[in-house]
Each structure stands twice: as structure tokens, then as C-alpha cells.
Write a protein that binds this ligand. Structure first.
Ligand SMILES: Cc1cc2nc3c(=O)[nH]c(=O)nc-3n(C[C@H](O)[C@H](O)[C@H](O)COP(=O)(O)O)c2cc1C
Length: 485
């Protein structure tokens, strides 16, 4: 699950019963305003705290994560692995000048305070799974076709019987309000404008009804199973009433991943460290537009299930995490299948046997995922598993894949290896964090432009023409032409 805070004290904490209260975030808002006054009096103390803060610059996390804030983006593309000349990404604020998703990432890095940035970027433990997502993409090289008429190209595809303009789905991500006010709505609007589905997380901050009503949106809801069965049943019922097309049940986060870099920015389960608070205040573009104006975010769609005295932002995240159903099993999925009449997607599978079982129990799709490298470290990249997964289920169900997709070529590789679509997580979050809806839309526009261009360069006119013979594992490429025959 993607929330802020530390591991719950006990794995066996029992579920508490749901209760209703009106909105209660005024206290958080006031706290932040008085924090601002405190900061005005204590700039010097803030500077000292910043200098001393652990885990950000001092402890030496390597670029690219903090290089952008210092405007020295002198790192090479991960796919090129250091062999290209050193370059800088775009350093301004005009979204039209962002020509790659990495530009948007750099913009987001400059705008966001350290604790939000760590929440966005961090992977589990040594971040080996996070790194593998990028490296796995870099292992595949293209064998383009030549002398093909590519004057007309089409990047659209059909998902669950309906056309999407590109084979991309906006992935469910929690706490989006930290990046930009009403980010869930802004992401949904961008997805609707481009013509692709948007999946809203259980841990989102905008109300389900408002998001589902975004004009033209293909609305999907992501379910975390927590608390007593009544919680999931209520959420499923609401998703159904909201006109949700597909329910994504995420099954890889019943135990929260160990995101150490992010943990370093908090001072326990209920609040940020002082240095993180000062750092937040020193990011006025983020602070003034967000927390100062709107108060602390809250989990609009599930806050009613949280006890009244645990509804502060950090505390409620911690509480919900402690209520995750650690007994979640195939039986639960079967019960969800009985209740949910529309498309059902199981997200977070990373084993071929489980993927085959998902097809057997009547899921409509799986999302092969390591949760963006945020859960079990040293997990394989979903892309590594993709060809075997496709072989296991044939055409019985759709396969979505995610983890590290930032380029049109990345998306094309996954489609050629058997995926029906790619879930885009951070790629669109960089956009929304850089410039709200315009930024999210820019990220998706960049992906669309790249996919269309790259299809042409590959000598392919449509998504349907993509196949594994257009790719070679780079080991073979290194071994020379005989292994390519
Ligand atoms: C900030 C952040 C929050 C996330 N929150 C959720 C969530 O609430 N539910 C979920 O199923 N997955 C969540 N994920 C995982 C994404 O759905 C997706 O699997 C992952 O981001 C894909 O990797 P990528 O970010 O490299 O594209 C989150 C990922 C990020 C980066």
C-alpha cells in the first residue's frame, strides 16, 4: 500500500468497526499555518535543521534523485548506461518545453519538498527491484523492419472491447494530493482528454463520485482489501454505482514495503520530522499552492472507516495500513468475483502459476507488477516475466504490465512481448507534480508522440503488428549476428 509512515507495531492488529464523522481536516490546516508562522521566526533554525537533516543530501543518495534540485542533471539515460555525453534536462517551468518524461521529472524534483519526493521515487530497501525495472527494459533491442510504408500509423488498441488511443492506463497511485491539489481529478481529466482509462486508488484523496463523473473518462477503481469484509463490500458497491468499468484488486501490498529512504523523512507514525517540515516550507511553490491553501490531504474515500481519533493524515495512513487483510487469499478473490459483475483485474502478480490461476478463477486481466519496486526488493521486473505469462494464459485474459515505463519505446517493447497495455505510474505523476493537469497531459502526449514515431521507425503501422520477432535480448545482440538469425 502506498501511504506515508512506519510499519504498524503489530501484524495481527484486529479490525475496528467503521464509524462516520464529518470532515475533520481543519486541525491539520491550522497546524500547518502555525507552522508557517514558526518558520518565519525561525529561518535560521530551519537552515540549520536542513543542513543537519538525515538521509537527504547528507547521506549521499546518488543522482538522479537529487541532482535536479541542484540543477546539475548531469547523468546519462539509464538505457544508455553512461555512454552518452553528459546532458541537462529542462530547467524551466514552461510545460511545453518539456520534451521527455525525464524533463517533467526534473521539473517535479525542483518543485517538491524532500519528503514528497522520497514518497514518489522510493523503492523498497536497496531498491534493486526498482533498478531492475529500468534495466530489464534496457536489455531488449529492436530489429526494425525496412521498406515498409509507414505513412499512416495508428497507436490505438482495444481494451475490454473498447478503443483506447494508446495502450496505456494511468496506474492507481495513492496520496496524489501531495503532488498537486486535486491530483486525482487532474489525472483523470488528462486521461479522459487523451482517451485512456484512469484507475483511482483506494488511498486517493478526491471523492470517487467526483472523479468518476469526469466527462469522457473510462473510470477504473483500485481496491485494497483492509478491515472487515464490510469495508470492501461497501467500496465495491460504490464503485459499481459510480459506473466503474473495471475493478483492480491489488494483492502485493498487504504488508507494507520497507521504503527506508522515505521513512527517514518522518518522525514516527504520526508526523514528519522537523527537518522535513522546514524543508516543506522552503518549497514555497509547493507549499503555498497545496497545504497552505487546501490543508493536509485526507483519504476521502475511506476516512469514514478510520476511528475518529485517528483521522489525521499520517495517523490515518498508519491505521489503514495496520488493518490490511493479511489473510487475503484466492478465496477472497473468488468472493470479490462473485460480487463484481464487470471487468476484474488482479494487480501485483509476479509468478506464472499465480497468473495462470487468475485466468482460471475468472479474472479478466492481470497486472504483472512489482508495485514500482516499492514492495518486495529483489523482485524480478514484470517485463522479465511477460513472455512466460503470455504463454501460460494464451489469449484467455488480458495482461497489463508496469514498472519503469517512461518512453514510447518502453511501451512498444512490452506490447511486442505480449502485453495488452502498460500501466503508467511515475511517468504521469512527474507530470502532475510538475504542473497539475497540464503536466499529466504533457506526459501522456509525450508518450503518444513517441509511440507513434517509434512505430514508424520500427517499420510497423499498428499495435496489432507488434510481435516478439521485432526484439532481441541484448545478450544476443552482443554475441553477434549469428545468434540473431
Ligand atoms: C507514489 C506511488 C503511489 C502508488 N500507490 C499505489 C496504490 O495506491 N495502489 C496500487 O495498486 N499501486 C500503487 N502504486 C504502484 C503503481 O500502481 C504502479 O504499480 C507503479 O507505479 C508502476 O511503476 P512506475 O511508477 O515505475 O511506472 C504506487 C506507485 C507510486 C509511485
Amino acid at each position: 500500500m502506498d501511504q506515508i509512515g512506519h510499519m504498524p507495531a503489530s501484524d495481527t492488529a484486529s479490525a475496528q468497526s467503521p464509524a462516520h464523522t464529518p470532515r475533520g481536516d481543519g486541525r491539520d490546516k491550522t497546524a500547518w499555518r502555525s507552522g508557517a508562522a514558526l518558520a518565519a521566526l525561525g529561518v535560521a533554525a530551519g537552515a540549520l535543521a536542513l543542513a543537519a537533516r538525515p538521509g537527504i543530501r547528507g547521506a549521499g543518495r546518488m543522482p538522479p534523485d537529487f541532482a535536479p534540485a541542484e540543477k546539475t542533471l548531469a547523468w546519462a539515460s539509464p538505457a544508455v548506461l553512461g555512454t552518452s555525453p553528459l546532458r541537462r534536462f529542462y530547467a524551466g517551468t514552461n510545460i511545453e518545453h518539456a520534451v521527455t518524461v525525464e524533463d517533467l521529472r526534473a521539473m517535479a524534483h525542483r518543485r517538491l519538498p524532500g519528503f514528497v519526493l522520497e514518497y514518489l521515487e522510493a523503492g523498497g530497501e536497496d531498491e534493486a527491484a526498482l533498478a531492475r525495472n529500468i534495466a530489464a527494459l534496457a536489455e531488449w533491442r529492436f530489429l526494425h523492419r525496412s521498406l515498409v510504408d509507414v505513412s499512416h500509423r495508428d497507436a490505438s488498441t482495444v481494451l475490454f472491447g473498447r478503443k483506447t488511443t494508446i495502450p496505456v492506463i494511468v496506474a492507481p497511485t495513492g496520496l496524489n494530493e501531495l503532488f498537486w491539489p486535486h491530483s486525482d481529478l487532474r489525472l483523470a481529466e488528462a486521461a479522459a482528454e487523451i482517451g485512456i482509462p484512469f484507475a483511482q486508488s483506494t488511498m486517493s484523496n478526491d471523492g470517487m463520485d467526483r472523479v468518476a463523473r469526469v466527462p469522457g473518462l473510462r473510470y477504473w477503481w483500485q481496491l485494497y482489501v483492509f478491515g472487515p469484509p464490510g469495508v470492501r463490500e461497501t467500496l465495491i458497491e460504490r464503485a459499481r454505482n459510480a459506473g466503474c468499468e473495471a475493478l483492480i484488486v491489488t494483492v502485493d501490498a498487504q504488508i507494507y514495503g520497507n521504503r527506508e529512504w522515505h521513512k527517514r523523512t518522518t518522525a514516527g507514525p504520526k508526523s514528519l520530522s522537523w527537518s522535513s517540515k522546514f524543508d516543506a516550507l522552503m518549497h514555497p511553490r509547493w507549499f503555498a499552492r497545496g497545504i497552505l491553501t487546501h490543508g493536509m490531504p485526507r483519504f476521502e474515500n475511506v476516512i469514514e472507516f478510520v476511528p475518529k481519533d485517528r483521522r489525521g493524515f499520517f495517523d490515518s495512513a498508519h491505521w489503514i495500513r495496520s488493518q490490511m487483510d493479511r489473510k487475503l487469499s484466492w478465496d477472497t478473490i473468488a468472493r470479490i468475483r462473485e460480487r463484481w459483475p464487470r471487468k476484474l483485474v488482479i494487480k501485483g502478480l509476479l509468478n506464472v502459476e499465480d497468473i495462470a490461476r487468475a485466468a482460471e478463477i475468472g479474472a479478466d486481466a492481470v497486472a504483472i507488477s512489482n508495485h514500482g519496486g516499492r514492495q518486495l526488493d529483489w523482485a524480478v521486473a514484470p517485463l522479465d516475466l511477460l513472455p512466460a505469462a503470455r504463454q501460460a494464459v494464451g489469449d484467455r485474459i488480458a495482461i497489463f504490465v508496469d514498472g519503469g515505463f517512461r518512453r514510447g519505446t518502453d511501451v512498444i517493447k512490452a506490447l511486442a512481448l505480449g502485453a495488452d497495455a502498460v500501466l503508467a505510474g511515475r511517468a504521469v505523476l512527474y507530470g502532475v507534480a510538475a504542473a497539475g493537469k497540464d503536466g499529466a497531459k504533457r506526459a501522456l502526449d509525450i508518450l503518444r508522440e513517441e509511440i507513434l514515431r517509434d512505430l514508424g521507425l520500427l517499420g510497423v503501422r499498428s499495435i496489432a503488428e507488434l510481435n516478439p520477432r521485432l526484439l532481441v535480448y541484448s545478450d544476443h545482440a552482443k554475441r553477434g549476428p549469428r545468434s540473431l538469425a
